[in-house]
Design a protein around this ligand. Sequence first.
Ligand SMILES: *Cc1c(COP(=O)(O)O)cnc(C)c1O
Length: 334
Amino acid sequence: MVKAMSYGSGSFEIANVLQFHHVDYLAVAYSDERMELRKNGITLPIMVMNPELMNFELMMRHKLEPEIYNFRQLNQLSEMLKKHTGDPFRIHLKLDTGMHRLGFEESEINELVVRLTNNKNLRIQSIFSHLAASDEAEHDGFTNLQVQKFKTMSDQVMKNFTYSIPRHILNSSGILRFSEAQFEMVRLGIGLYGIAATANEQNQLEQVATLKTTISQIKNVPSNETIGYSRKGKVKRDTIVATIAIGYADGIRRRLSNGVGKMLVNGKLAPIVGNVCMDMCMLDITDIPAREGDEVIVFGSDYPVTEMAKSVGTIPYEILTSVSQRVKRVYFHE
Ligand SMILES: *Cc1c(COP(=O)(O)O)cnc(C)c1O
């Protein structure tokens, strides 16, 4: 799953490594993301999960393999393919087994089969569904039901076709926790970047991404002065403040202001003082020996992105994908 700039890590770079390692498929959310990969020489088949069914020739030319999740889409596509000759057009069927986001429902399977068996221009490249809570033990009963439902629904489709159709339902935490439901494929997302849902699983993974910046200036601020906009950062003691080169325009959300967020300076956690600015923010480093130019870790192996996410009540996915474009990505090859 290389959607959303490969979880903020860089679409092409990650896709290229995956291509090198012979993965079978890539998946993105929208067509534009796929165009970007094709333009840069990624030749792997790419599934598009939320495709805009635009110009047919364009889809064929770029080997678009859309996810088809309802009859509206299927009708549009069939209409476009009416005069089509040659190889059938490859689609991926999405079944709704309880997530209730996109997908055909159980009651629609019979009609779906009729429509597909009557259309020689379409080939089902895979059948899939998505788990709603594969990372949460309290919902394991529901997850097992989803898997069961998926088996039944997909069998209902598959028995009408002579060719074999791969199936997939597992995302990262599903891969870790429901290995018996791997079918023929899995959809690895956040796990690729070494991030797991629970501490136990995290022990088996290594986080690959670090977000870091440097200290631009260090100031000694006397007690009772304030720091930054709206004078929110009132200091109650003589304080050493480090102004660092990262702000909300880089993805450091303003919710982290005034002590909610922390960053690592020379191995110690320093709280943010005052409001986060657009391009900068300030840290209280009174108790941490540091010099201008020193490195500051926003998240990384010693301060997991999961921790940072927790402090603002969100999930690592949101943090990773909101690191903005202007933050330079540097890749290390082993
Ligand atoms: C994003 C996504 C995944 C990957 O999920 P992770 O939890 O990151 O592994 C898998 N399937 C679908 C349909 C998705 O949208």
